[in-house]
Design a protein around this ligand. Structure first.
Ligand code: NDP
Length: 275
């Protein structure tokens, strides 16, 4: 057991891949004691010496409780929580089974909220802490066949806004990171789920077109996960962290368009893309 430490301690969920892996490595280089959390222990082991593997599932309460207890026992503090674990469950609202919809919300929203509940008492006692929630540009606007994913990210945006005001008097800052298109395992998981759910049903052709467009778009323009990790490092370390970071390919134009354009114009733009 390492014992209490004076180094800042960060927990990064979804650290076995993509944005979370890049973030865990970056925060370790920046001097944090980093715990990288995910289900796949073998992938966490590949992160190297600077990152402590924390095997947990954000849909399993007992594993989250045990994981956070271990960090607090080993280091006696918790300074940064990066809520990044998540996936894209795609398919039409008509066809995605509600059990899958529940799994999507459980992973992307409830699990993230539970991790926050578990670290907050320590952050309040310390009188400091940073909570950094990884949303998406898809937390600001919604396209077709991503209903439950968008629902989860819109929920995360609202939750984070409430939380920010609640914990500010305790010296705790809350930031939301809204990645654009990023080269990770996310795209494959999202498109596979959409194609599987649509089968040869009434949405199949449009879903296939959407999946092809998403894959080729990611292939052509997507940013490296480290671009997002850099923004997360800023949120973790800057004196004045931003409330929102729209970052990576397409994120700024998409979030600005969602804010300023009328819904009908947005719908027309989406229709041109997916039909
Ligand atoms: P990856 O698929 O590469 O990584 C997702 C991570 O989440 C993995 O480490 C996975 O680990 C973890 N995870 C998934 N389910 C669980 C679970 N039940 N318990 C614990 N960990 C879990 O995707 P990204 O790096 O791209 O995704 C990170 C975040 O960024 C997600 O929230 C995603 O929605 C968001 N995002 C991604 C974008 C992109 O274009 N890539 C765009 C906008 C937002 P394991 O399977 O080992 O548990």
């Amino acid at each position: 057991m390492a014992g209490p430490t004076s180094s800042p301690v960060a927990i990064v969920t979804g650290a076995s891949s993509g944005i979370g892996a890049a973030t865990a490595r970056r925060l370790a280089r920046a001097g944090f004691v980093v715990y990288g959390a995910a289900r796949r222990a073998d992938r966490l082991a590949e992160l190297g010496d600077g990152v402590h593997p924390l095997v947990l599932d954000v849909t399993d309460d007992a594993s989250m409780v045990a994981g956070v207890e271990r960090v607090l026992e080993e280091h006696g503090r918790g300074d940064v929580l990066v809520g990044n674990a998540g996936y894209g469950s795609y398919g039409s609202v008509e066809e995605v089974p509600l059990d899958e919809a529940r799994r999507q919300l459980e992973t992307n929203v409830i699990g993230l909220a539970r991790m926050i509940q578990l670290v907050l008492p320590t952050m309040r006692e310390q009188g400091s802490g940073r909570i950094i929630n990884v949303s998406s540009m898809g937390g600001r606007f919604a396209g077709p066949f991503g209903g439950w994913y968008h629902a989860s990210k819109f929920a995360l945006e609202g939750l984070s806004d409430s939380l920010r005001s609640e914990v500010a008097p305790f010296g705790i800052r809350v930031s939301v990171v809204e990645p654009g298109a990023i080269k990770t395992e996310w795209g494959g998981i999202a498109t596979d789920s959409a194609v599987e759910v649509s089968g040869d049903g009434p949405y199949a052709e449009r879903v296939r077109r959407m999946a092809k467009g998403l894959s080729s778009g990611i292939e052509r323009i997507a940013s490296s996960p480290d671009v997002v990790a850099k923004a997360i490092e800023h949120a973790a370390t800057a004196d004045r962290p931003r409330i929102r970071y729209a970052i990576g390919a397409g994120a700024k134009p998409a979030t600005v368009a969602a804010r300023v354009l009328p819904a009908r114009v947005l719908d027309a733009l989406v229709a041109r893309g997916v039909g």
